[in-house]
Design a protein around this ligand. Structure first.
Ligand code: HXC
Ligand code: NAP
Length: 294
């Protein structure tokens, strides 16, 4: 039996009314991790706006979310690359709920490729969704919060390779690195307005969107993200939702400018110079004991 078999179902970590009355926008909220975090926010009493480019997906997800939680979830189409669409989405959200308290920058685009095989347009496609999209939403919400004197909360979903960089996902690494800089910069500049800005760097959390693009075809048989994680398992969506809910709740009111990694130790396993000794079996440690001590 390995550790992943021993993993107990993960439950919600926050008290039931932790987000009561807060209006939250989640970009890319119709699928994957955005959807999982949204469901938990609704369970904690929040009102939700989910946005992406695909209205049918959003509408279906919003209905599913409301049925599962009894909360209110509204679907609004918005391409985060376009500032006028972001402004329209914000106005629609304010019309629906009276105000917006939280922005979760979660929308992303990604694919794997040797960089020299990418067209300039392919590179821009990712930068535009991830970096420009996060900038557009942060700017629109920041202007609104400052004008209305609302102590808003911004949470950005990045990746661990935002700080390490990564081969074969270079446009995404550049864009997520930019979002990390955005997070730390705005945390300081907008702190005086009571606006908090933080980020989460998730490790592998299986979603169709990510897995189809990052492990397409035979790669899924060749590589298993579990093998790169010291805990020998991938993340459970509820584990991410618990952290996100805490970071957008009032309980984290003094956390600002922080990036919290939730990856089972994955990126550090790739970093430590002697971590490869994990492969040394017990018998070999035994056999070499004398020599090592000598
Ligand atoms: C190389 C590609 C490509 C690929 C598209 N392009 N896919 N190049 N490899 N796999 C090129 C196209 O040829 C085109 O360039 C340019 O990129 C734009 O393509 P479009 O299809 O017009 O772009 P668009 O419609 O904007 O779609 C964006 C997308 C798509 C990123 C390509 O996959 C998408 O909509 N993704 C959204 C969801 C997503 O990616 N989720 C995963 C997030 S996972 P030319 O030159 O031909 O015009 C994530 C996890 C990180 O971030 C960490 C995990 C552990
Ligand atoms: P996902 O389901 O593909 O989510 C991405 C979402 O972004 C989709 O709903 C997509 O909807 C939306 N989106 C893309 N382009 C957009 C645009 N221009 N305007 C508005 N919305 C747009 O993948 P996921 O795994 O849940 O990823 C969610 C977040 O977690 C991303 O930021 C990702 O980088 C991050 N992350 C994921 C993992 C993981 O292991 N899954 C690890 C680290 C970080 P449409 O295409 O319909 O617009």
């Amino acid at each position: 039996m390995n550790n992943s078999d021993k993993q107990k179902p993960v439950g919600g970590a926050l008290r039931d009314d932790a987000l009561k009355g807060k209006a939250i926008i989640i970009t890319g909220g119709g699928t994957g991790l955005g959807k999982a975090m949204g469901i938990y926010f609704l369970k904690l009493g929040a009102n939700l706006v989910i946005t992406s480019r695909n209205y049918n997906v959003l509408k279906e997800t919003a209905a599913e979310m409301e049925a599962e939680t009894g909360g209110r979830a509204i679907a609004i189409t918005c391409d985060v690359r376009k500032y006028d669409e972001v402004e329209n989405m914000l106005h629609a959200a304010i019309n629906a709920f009276g105000r917006v308290d939280v922005l979760l920058n979660n929308a992303a685009g990604n694919f794997i490729s040797p960089t020299e095989r990418l067209s300039a347009n392919a590179f821009s496609a990712i930068i535009d969704i991830v970096l420009k999209g996060s900038v557009n939403c942060s700017l629109a919400l920041g202007k609104y919060w400052i004008a209305e004197k609302i102590p808003g909360v911004m949470l950005n979903i990045i990746t661990t390779y935002a700080f390490t960089g990564s081969a074969y996902v270079v446009p995404s690494a550049c864009a997520k690195g930019g979002v990390l800089a955005l997070t730390r910069s705005l945390a300081v500049e907008w702190g005086k307005y009571g606006i908090r800005t933080n980020a989460i760097a998730p490790g592998p959390f299986p979603t169709k969107g990510a897995w189809d693009r990052l492990l397409p075809g035979e790669l899924a048989e060749k590589f298993d993200f579990k093998d790169k994680v010291p805990l020998k398992r991938v993340g459970d969506h509820q584990e991410l939702a618990n952290l996100a809910a805490f970071l957008v709740s009032d309980s984290s009111g003094y956390i600002n400018g922080e990036v919290i990694t939730i990856d089972g130790g994955e990126w550090l396993q790739g970093a430590g110079q002697f971590n490869m000794l994990e492969m040394v079996p017990d018998e070999m440690w035994e056999a070499t004991d004398k020599a090592r001590r000598g």
